[in-house]
Design a protein around this ligand. Structure first.
Ligand SMILES: C[S@@+](CC[C@H](N)C(=O)[O-])C[C@H]1O[C@@H](n2cnc3c(N)ncnc32)[C@H](O)[C@@H]1O
Length: 327
């Protein structure tokens, strides 16, 4: 590796861990904040991390792989000693894995938009992971004290968001008459190894998220979704062809387009609205055309919620907050 490139890689990786600590960990995980803060200024550990291909240097992925292999949930000094000692195994794990965090709470942002499209919808999720966001009709919701339950009564899974603005809430979530997911690597809620990976992707202190994940997986196990292995751009049309006629088809893409190259994101955005309605949840900067339509400059760390390429709301990355920005 040329010295100049190496220096640039070290700097960029340190900055990635710094931004992760500043914008993603507050209020979510003190342990990850501590680890990220340690890595950001640890030349030896950064040198190990830049040995990985660029997308695999992601803090969330490195930390989850380390935890999967038994890293101690302790302060940075102890963690880094373990990490350096076990680096070959952690690196091998990171090379074959991707962050596939499946967070049904993101549906707090999606459900009101789905309901505005119709009382009955067909649903495709792109980047579905284990498909837990394919059940908006099976969960209960709490929007700053305003409750929405499925038509047949409260669900064991309650998704809560602190809200601002006038979020339009239906009496019940819309009925999903058909659901299907597309993912490069669909995870199976019946496979213990996949389940352990999904559980490890929940950050250490987040016991409530972990309980929610387990309860949502129980719902999915009773009625497993159709999950197809394939690429967001190349394989969507074939899945769309399997959707039923006569109900609106809604394609959701929560927290997935960031993994596509900018030209693939643009190709996806151009194609998807020809297939149906499109709801997306993306970090600021992922869809610049959507960001450009925001009434105010977005805050780094926010997710932008859009319908057919137009911003509707901002939300927390895991759906924990929802700020409705349209009338
Ligand atoms: C962070 S997870 C989000 C999972 C789910 N959408 C959610 O919000 O809970 C991103 C998912 O996108 C998938 N993915 C990444 N690139 C993809 C692509 N080009 N086509 C299809 N799926 C992709 C990953 O495998 C992963 O399961």
């Amino acid at each position: 590796m040329a010295a100049e490139q190496r220096a640039l890689d070290l700097e960029k990786t340190a900055d990635w861990y710094r931004r992760f600590r500043l914008f993603e960990t507050p209020g979510q995980s003190e342990l990850y904040a501590d680890w990220a803060g340690g890595v950001q200024s640890d030349a030896e550990v950064l040198a190990l991390i830049i040995g990985l291909p660029r997308p695999k240097r992601q803090p969330n992925l490195v930390f989850a792989c380390a935890r999967l292999l038994g890293a101690p949930l302790a302060g940075y000094r102890i963690f880094r000693r373990w990490l350096v000692e076990h680096w070959p195994a952690v690196a091998a794990e990171a090379r074959v894995r991707a962050t596939q965090t499946n967070e049904p709470r993101r549906l707090t942002a999606v459900m009101p938009i789905l309901a505005s499209i119709g009382p009955r919808v067909a649903l495709i999720e792109v980047g579905a992971s284990a498909g837990l966001c394919l059940y908006p009709d099976r969960y209960s919701y709490d929007y700053s004290g305003r409750r929405v339950d499925p038509a047949d009564g409260p669900s064991p899974v309650l998704l809560s968001a602190e809200t601002t603005g006038s979020v339009p809430l239906p009496k019940h979530p819309p009925e999903v008459v058909w659901r299907a997911g597309l993912d490069l690597n669909p995870l199976d809620v019946h496979n213990p190894e996949d389940v352990r990976w999904l559980q490890t992707l929940v950050w250490p202190e987040q016991a409530e998220r972990r309980r929610r994940l387990d309860a949502a997986m129980s719902i999915a196990r009773r009625d497993p979704p159709l999950l197809v292995a394939g690429d967001a751009v190349v394989d969507l049309e074939a899945l769309v062809a399997r959707a039923p006629q006569g109900v609106p088809l809604v394609i959701v893409s929560p927290a997935v387009l960031v993994y596509l190259a900018p030209e693939q994101r643009a190709a996806f955005a151009d194609a998807v609205t020809g297939f149906g309605r499109w709801i997306s949840l993306d970090g600021v900067g992922v869809l610049p055309r959507v960001d450009a339509l925001l009434p105010e400059t977005p805050v780094p760390g926010d997710f932008i919620v859009s319908l057919d390429g137009r911003p509707v709301a901002r939300c927390g990355p895991h759906g924990q907050t929802l700020d409705w920005i349209v009338g």
